[in-house]
Ligand binder design. Structure first.
Ligand code: S3P
Length: 191
């Protein structure tokens, strides 16, 4: 059962949110899980850019990387994100490297409320332990690769409107904190 104050917060967000909520952050930070639960809590549609790209291509992310290369994947990812941002209020989980493309970052800045799900590498590694579907982790030591990717991407993730550490609390607590942060963001008229 949702607490009364929480129901009011959710009601306020539903009434005032006009833009999509876009989750950015490293692979393994929980964007898809947290995103779909957040969408459910807010009564909004949930989209995942990796899944949208896969559906359109009829290929898995892994297959797109192998057959066409990363740049083609980034173009398809950018297109999927740009189109989804035209849908109004919804929740969109993006792939970890989506922020690398200037035009994708600019569109997110302009058309969405962005949330960086921040996690230290140790936490990402734990979540990715059994994931065999991340092409970028295939050619070397995952800890080293993630550390290097994070070094490049952190300044880009930092540009998000809201930063949420996903390593400190349970998923439920993270979602509640995220709802409160969204509420404060909207209330402050920052969107
Ligand atoms: C990538 C992250 C993946 C997927 C692709 C590339 C990245 O998405 O888009 O494997 O560059 O970090 P998740 O962040 O959902 O794992």
């Amino acid at each position: 059962m949702m607490k009364k104050e929480n129901t009011d917060t959710v009601g306020y967000i539903r009434e005032h949110l006009q833009k999509p909520v876009v989750l950015v952050g490293m692979m393994g930070s929980g964007k898809s899980h947290i995103g779909s639960r957040l969408a459910h809590a807010l009564g909004l549609e949930f989209y995942d850019s990796d899944r949208l790209v896969e559906e359109r291509a009829g290929l898995s992310v892994q297959e797109i990387f192998t057959e066409y290369g990363e740049e083609k994947f980034r173009q398809a990812e950018s297109r999927a994100i740009t189109e989804t941002l035209e849908r109004g209020a919804c929740v969109l989980a993006t792939g970890g490297g989506a922020v690398l493309k200037d035009e994708t970052r600019d569109t997110i800045k302009l058309k969405a409320v962005s949330v960086w799900l921040q996690s230290p590498v140790a936490h990402l590694l734990k979540r990715l332990e059994s994931a065999a579907d991340r092409p970028l982790l295939k050619n070397g030591d995952p800890a080293e690769i993630l550390t290097k990717l994070l070094e490049v991407r952190e300044p880009l993730y930092r540009q998000a409107d809201i930063t949420m550490d996903t390593s400190l609390a349970s998923q439920q607590q993270t979602i509640e904190a995220l709802i409160n942060a969204l509420y404060a963001h909207i209330k402050a008229g920052k969107f």
